[in-house]
Design a protein around this ligand. Structure first.
Ligand SMILES: C[S@@+](CC[C@H](N)C(=O)[O-])C[C@H]1O[C@@H](n2cnc3c(N)ncnc32)[C@H](O)[C@@H]1O
Length: 244
């Protein structure tokens, strides 16, 4: 999914996520939990949040599965500024202990089995100093919009973009289907495959990794998480050794 073509157009196609009103509160929250750092970005991508965080003076290291996405990161930040390793965030170990590990923009759901997601939480805890925090941004699966017998939820009905999710409530597989209008007027189809997890399943995975929930927000601006929130920003802490 994260090949050369996707990587080359990622910043443009995800332009909404690069808007200052999206990036600034996210970087503010991450920097508050990082303190003086260092921070580790799981699924760093092209550095959407990692670069502004590093430019606040917080050392940031990244892990990403896609060499193409890391190559795009390199067009914006050198390896001296933001070292990054190509690898799976569920298993890859980098040197150092971090005050913050962060995993934004639904990327936990790129791990498509519960085992891999559990391993990801364990890998985050492995990289944290005592008292450090793991911050995740993840969608809330829209199960409340599924009447019995229905498994499809539309999320975009614009002239240029038709999008809908199909959800399998047994396997927790989620497929996001996109039809995107091209310059010649035709529509290009692509699909992303994910595994959804309810917020409390994330809490359990964090507990299994020795971490505890300390905050859950409905967005990066720290608005409250409610029954109507369509995503959550969750913060788990690795307790100091004496508290464990
Ligand atoms: C939606 S992009 C998010 C990138 C960046 N964090 C952001 O917020 O813009 C998802 C990223 O997850 C990466 N990714 C997918 N599966 C991964 C895995 N198992 N380990 C590490 N990175 C992964 C992809 O290569 C891609 O860069």
């Amino acid at each position: 999914m994260w090949d050369d073509d996707t990587a080359a157009t990622y910043d443009q196609i995800s332009a909404d996520m690069f808007r200052p009103e999206v990036v600034e509160p996210a970087v503010q929250l991450l920097s508050d939990y990082a303190g003086s750092g260092p921070a580790l970005a799981f699924a760093i991508g092209t550095g959407r949040l990692a670069i502004p965080l590093a430019r606040l003076g917080i050392p940031v290291t990244g892990i990403d599965l896609s060499p193409a996405m890391v190559a795009q990161l390199r067009t914006k930040a050198s390896a001296d500024e933001i070292p990054a390793v190509t690898g799976d965030m569920a298993t890859t170990v980098v040197p150092g202990q971090f005050t913050l590990v962060f995993l934004p923009f639904n990327s936990l759901s790129n791990l498509r089995t519960q085992d891999e997601q559990v391993a990801c939480f364990r890998n985050a805890a492995r990289h944290l100093r005592d008292g450090g925090h793991f911050v995740v941004e993840l969608f809330v699966p829209q199960l409340r919009r599924l009447p019995p017998g229905q498994f499809t939820v539309p999320f975009a009905l614009d002239d240029d973009h038709l999008g809908f999710d199909t959800l399998d409530t047994v396997s927790q597989e989620c497929r996001s289907h996109h039809y995107i209008r091209q310059a010649d007027g035709s529509f290009r189809y692509n699909v992303g495959n994910f595994r959804y997890a309810w917020p409390t399943e994330c809490d359990l995975m964090a507990r299994m990794a020795g971490m505890e929930l300390v905050a859950r927000f409905g967005d990066w601006d720290r608005s409250p998480f409610t029954a109507d929130s369509d995503k959550h920003i969750s913060v788990w802490r690795k307790p100091p050794h004496l508290e464990r």
